[in-house]
Design a protein around this ligand. Structure first.
Ligand code: OXD
Ligand code: MN
Length: 530
């Protein structure tokens, strides 16, 4: 393995044997030997396990408070300040831990498909599975690109197998995710959930892109292979960005992190991180086919004797995942770039069954909904009753923002207006009643509605304003009965619908109390329409 050996002495990492940019086959071998529980599943994908944490830990994110950036950061529950000294304590703790490991893995790769905006990212990790994950999720350099990589601009120290010390100033748990914008470093302690690494890179993009007039978005982007027109699908986790962004009739530019820049859009990532809970090969054939040799399955279980993956088994977590290079998709747009979008779609999973399936938004309404970032999470199940939880997450990605939402909303408004985009809301959640009473739109139904939007068939469709929700519902969608377009008439009884709708509208109003001023100020930037 000599050709992959590398020195990290510059970081004081002198103990371990270090391997740089191992190909997936070698990372498989390393994982089988050194990553507890890792195994090759019958699909050819590597199955690995993240241990105690099986999802992100947003409450443990810290941002170093530094005079150069502190005026600009959106301080609060999303960005909790960390004193520079505490950062050094955590950084040293991470490096000391990494130095005790016999083997370390370096991944040097890029973020951002547009070379003008590209970051050089270095991941230093102790688990082969983490190296495979980032090999799949970042943009892989060519042999030549690796030789000329030089120094990275950003470094992630993943010591997630080792805890933070709760007595370190500013720590409230054994998990800590520490971003230092000045030293361009990110330290991970106390969580082995791989998704933290990709979101660290996305968070950086949310810092660097706006300064260049580009809008980083928690969104998927797809392109029509014939006309070349591009659509952006914003959405919080669980609303269908990946499931709808990967589509046999469209090209996928990206499924989760997109930048809208001067010349058009580009993907930040080189891979996809699909939710695989209850994955059905019939419904999502492109994703299922991509979970093959080279792909990574996280917290997915398989039948021990046959190694057959059991997609239905979510006993470790409902958040099971599969990470694969985007070029595994036959429908990937390579390179992952496209022209300016002309359609923007807000994916919303409404668990209350209140919102219509498809609504049209003016640009002013779009700014309101961008700042609202509504979706509903389906909470834990208790005695067969599932309680939905309304979530408002500005820009459909509050945990990853570093600047106040208004900064992103301003860029969004400017770009919407400049490119005269249509804006839609697509409810991928419930209708006919809330969770437990109504039913969720199937993926096939959501795709059919999305295709109706893509095709232009809804551009002139009749609409009816829903004033309290600041949108106009489309009253006719080809292929669907008109009743489906009217959520109120889908409920067995209109009275409980009206109550549920009023409650949801009150929640919107309450959330928007803090953003009303921003929404009004940003809306003023829109050209007046005649
Ligand atoms: C993700 C998320 O995993 O947004 O992409 O949580
Ligand atoms: Mn995401």
């Amino acid at each position: 393995m000599q050709e992959f050996e590398y020195s990290l002495e510059a970081y004081g990492l002198t103990g371990p044997k270090v391997f740089r940019n191992l190909p997936p086959a070698k990372l498989y071998e390393e994982a089988i030997l050194y990553d507890a529980g890792a195994a090759v599943a019958d699909s050819g994908a590597l199955a690995a396990y993240s241990g105690r944490k099986t999802g992100r830990s947003p409450l443990d994110k810290r941002v170093v408070k530094n005079p150069d950036s502190e005026e600009e950061i959106w301080w609060g529950p999303v960005n909790v300040p960390l004193d520079p000294h505490a950062f050094l304590v955590n950084r040293e703790r991470a490096l000391d831990y990494l130095n005790t490991r016999p083997r370390l893995y370096v991944v040097d790769a890029f973020a951002g498909w547009d070379p003008a905006y590209r970051l050089k990212v270095r991941i230093i990790a102790s688990r082969p599975y983490h190296a495979l994950f980032m090999t799949n999720m970042l943009i892989r350099p060519s042999e030549e690109g690796l030789r000329t990589f030089g120094e990275p601009t950003w470094t992630v120290f993943n010591a997630g197998a080792f805890p933070a010390n709760r007595h370190t100033t500013g720590m409230t748990s054994k998990t800590s995710l520490d971003l230092n914008l000045e030293s361009r470093e990110f330290v991970i302690l106390g969580t082995e959930y791989a998704g933290e690494m990709k979101k660290a890179v996305f968070t950086l993009m949310n810092w660097l892109m706006p300064a260049r007039g580009a809008l980083s978005m928690h969104a998927a982007a797809t392109e029509d292979p014939r006309s070349g027109s591009v659509a952006i699908l914003f959405g919080l986790s669980g609303t269908g960005k990946t499931s709808l962004g990967i589509d046999s009739t469209r090209l996928t530019i990206g499924d989760d992190e997109i930048v809208w820049a001067e010349d058009g859009v580009f993907n930040v990532e080189g891979g996809c991180y699909a939710a695989t809970g209850k994955l059905s090969a019939a419904e999502e054939p492109e994703i299922a086919a991509s979970l093959r040799f080279g792909a990574l399955l996280e917290n997915v279980l398989f039948e021990p004797r046959t190694r057959r993956v059991d997609w239905q088994n979510t006993s470790i977590t409902v958040n099971t995942r599969g990470a694969f290079p985007i070029d595994f998709l036959s429908t990937a747009k390579l390179p992952c770039r496209g022209p300016h979008p002309n359609q923007i779609i807000f994916l919303t999973c409404d668990a209350y069954g209140v919102l219509p399936p498809v609504a049209k938004l003016t640009h002013e309404e779009a700014i309101y909904h961008f700042l609202a970032g509504y979706t509903a999470k389906v909470g834990g199940t208790e005695d067969g009753v599932t309680v939905p939880q309304a979530t408002f997450s500005p820009c459909f990605g509050a945990p990853f923002l570093l600047l106040p939402p208004r900064n992103y909303a301003t860029l969004f408004a400017e770009k919407l207006a400049a490119h005269d985009c249509e804006v839609w809301m697509l409810n991928t959640g419930w209708f006919g009643g809330p969770v437990g009473k109504g039913r969720r739109f199937t993926l096939a139904e959501s795709r059919a509605m999305l295709h109706a939007i893509y095709s232009g068939a809804l551009a002139e469709a009749p609409t009816e304003p829903l004033e309290r929700f600041r949108m106009s519902r489309v009253t006719e969608i080809p292929g669907f009965p008109s009743q489906t377009c009217d959520p109120r008439s889908c409920w067995p009884d209109p009275e409980p619908y009206d109550r549920a709708a009023a409650q949801l509208a009150d929640r919107f109003d309450k959330h928007m109390e803090s953003y009303a001023h921003d929404a009004a100020a940003v809306a003023k930037l829109l050209p007046t329409r005649t």
